[in-house]
Design a binder for this molecule. Structure first.
Ligand code: COA
Length: 356
């Protein structure tokens, strides 16, 4: 019995050693490929950079040629026209290639937070899609928690619950700025203003956290809580819209998907925007109203030593102006782009894997 178990143990050990040798070989291949990948990435990165530089020079030459007064033959005009088209195509392809390579740097903000030697580039479009999906889910979850906490704060007014809500908002907006910076590195086209808006919201909630209880604080408290509840609800609607866009863009990128077309996506997007924009605009009007209430408190009540009142009034006013201006720009761009061929190609390729 003892010898049988000895033999079977030895057999098992031999089998394991063989498996281990295979594993070691595979792992070595993996390490070699990784090293090849890094050198290919570096070579491609340098080549794209060089091509970009040359394209800029050729564009300058083209401009000079176009501005020359000497008449050109028909053949020369045709060649120039062909060159213009090809140049636009090459530039678009170079941008796409650059997007598929790891970013050179994470930017100052992420370097300070994460350290400068951590690369946060996601090279696979499926991973980018999943990261963005996760970001949208994160926003929804935290917004629900925040709404519940704001309801509690409204019905049971205590400074401690107010402080917890403000603390949660500071953490939330701060986390958003980090995630959005990572998304931007990975090809997201989030407008700089929305990221700046989240920095400003973080500062705003931080200031509220430092505001001491008193008549001035109490005069603004309920307005702030109700305003935050409204914004939270609109954020849920905005999130439903953006998650819908994301799902459709992903479906557009699937080679064999028959679910959606670019026209179908555009029509759904404009319908969503028509529903959402009035709620957003009301939110911005409420931001102006908060600024007005704070200015009023500053002028009529004794808020000596409470710099928070005027600082928040100014911040609310600036945020509302920036939001109004940006939303008008976003809408104007969307209407202009809706028929553009380049935009259609961009939307289709956003989550399309070249090699599956
Ligand atoms: N926060 C985070 N990401 C945003 C964003 C925002 N406010 N607005 C747009 N984006 C992202 C989009 O998801 C998209 O990302 P992608 O490139 O990774 O796919 C990119 O920016 C480009 O979006 P764009 O096409 O310009 O706009 P959109 O159709 O996605 O959304 C609005 C348009 C107007 C609905 C959106 O900008 C918005 O909700 N703005 C209002 C934000 C606001 O005021 N919030 C506070 C009150 S709730």
């Amino acid at each position: 019995m003892a010898s049988t178990s000895f033999t079977s143990s030895m057999d098992e050990w031999d089998a394991l050693m063989k498996e281990f040798e295979d594993l070691e070989r595979n792992h070595d291949t993996y390490l070699t490929k990784m090293s090849e990948l890094t050198s290919l990435q570096n070579a491609s990165f340098k080549a794209v950079k060089h091509q970009n530089y040359r394209v800029t020079q050729i564009k300058a030459d083209l401009k000079r040629l176009e501005s020359q007064k000497t008449p050109k033959s028909e053949e020369e005009e045709q060649r120039l026209e062909k060159m213009r088209k090809q140049l636009a195509e090459v530039q678009a392809k170079l941008a796409e290639m650059q997007n598929e390579l790891p970013a050179e740097s994470n930017g100052l903000y992420l370097n300070v937070i994460l350290g400068s030697n951590l690369n946060v580039s996601l090279l696979n479009k499926t991973d980018r899609y999943k990261y963005k999906q996760e970001y949208e889910k994160f926003k929804v979850r935290v917004t629900y928690v925040l709404l519940v906490m704001l309801c509690i704060a409204y019905w049971f007014p205590t400074r401690a619950i107010d402080a917890s809500c403000n603390f949660l908002m500071v953490w939330y907006y701060c986390t958003l700025t980090i995630r959005e910076s990572i998304l931007r590195i990975n090809g997201s086209r989030i407008k700089g203003w929305w990221v700046l808006h989240h920095y400003a919201s973080c500062v705003l909630c931080g200031i509220t956290l430092t505001w001491k209880d008193g008549i001035c604080y109490q005069a603004f408290r309920n307005t702030f809580i109700l305003f935050s509840m409204y914004i939270g609800t609109v954020q849920l609607m905005q999130n439903a819209y953006q998650s819908g866009c994301l799902r459709r863009l992903h479906a557009l990128g699937q080679r064999h998907s028959m679910d959606i077309t670019v026209e179908g996506f555009s029509s759904w997007m404009f319908k969503g925007l028509t529903f959402l924009i009035p709620f957003l605009v009301v939110g911005y009007i409420l931001q102006f109203y908060c600024a007005y209430v704070l200015f009023y408190i500053y002028r009529t009540l004794d808020c000596t030593g409470q710099w928070q009142v005027i600082a928040m009034a100014i911040l609310f006013f600036l945020i509302a102006c920036g939001n109004m201006f940006t939303i008008l720009r976003v809408l104007a761009r969307k209407v202009k782009d809706s028929k553009s061929y380049n935009n259609m190609v961009r939307l289709t390729n956003k989550y399309r894997q070249k090699y599956e």
